[in-house]
Design a protein around this ligand. Sequence first.
Ligand code: SF4
Ligand code: SF4
Length: 305
Amino acid sequence: MSNDKLDIPQQFASPAVPALLTEDSVIRFQCYKGISCFNACCKHADVTLAPYDVLRLQKRLGMNSEEFLKKHTVPFQLDADGVPGIKLRTDNDGACLLLDGDNGCGVYEDRPTVCRYYPIALLNMREKDTYEAKQQYSLVQEDHCKGHDEAREITLRDYRKEQGVAEYDDFNRSWYELILKKKSGGPGVGKPNEMSLQLFFMASFNFDMLRRFVLSDNFKQSYNLPPETYAEVAEDDIALIKLGNRLMRQALFGEKTIPENSGAWEQRVESRKEIWEARSKAEVEARNAKAEADMRQETTGCSDN
Ligand code: SF4
Ligand code: SF4
């Protein structure tokens, strides 16, 4: 096992007990409505979101991507190169905005991966010589969480089943691996340019914009995909996000799994030539007009204004 690790989803804000756990490990823990600390964790929420979390939450809340991102998330950087991540927005005291008063989580059936795992922190670690994410776990023990004082013992395997995390992990795995690869600096991985970072954000979190982008004429002129693929991504969110993953890999690591049309760049340049020429003509005219006005002012001491 290498030292490369990715602790996404992050645990709630507190140090994890460092010992690594496996699915066979047994923890003593139970959480239920009525426990003395009910909701205490959601009042100190530090929840990093992965793509499937965003998809589930925006559907649950009946929002489009832009509305959801604006209202319920805050940005942060996943690494020193500025790879963008998002967390759930909280109020000024740190309480999750999705908390429904004393009733508990207002989106319980669609709660994010971090909330499902808690008090377990999921650690995605890179196996030596591969970029596959191997899942490991550690236990988070915070003073406010009284679930650790309960008598129930449960294996992590059963706890994962109880919390329904497998679907989330399966869907997000490819994204975790992408970030691990970026962090581990594999071949051809450098600091991404601004355009790649924007593509990363769109393909990871802004699915409505990703769909518009993929179905645009510009995209179809640049990439050579069969009509069935476009029909599928127009309807199916999962297919759309999978294509987004391939696009990110193509932009960040040069993994060319989406065939590019030859001459696409030249075509785009040609189709925009007229606009560029008109724009530069207008700029030259504006510069000349200003120079003329300046000269007139210098010689006559007055301006046109
Ligand atoms: S999404 Fe739900 S479980 Fe997660 S922090 Fe917010 S209220 Fe708590
Ligand atoms: S037992 Fe822990 S996880 Fe459950 S409500 Fe209390 S603080 Fe939250």
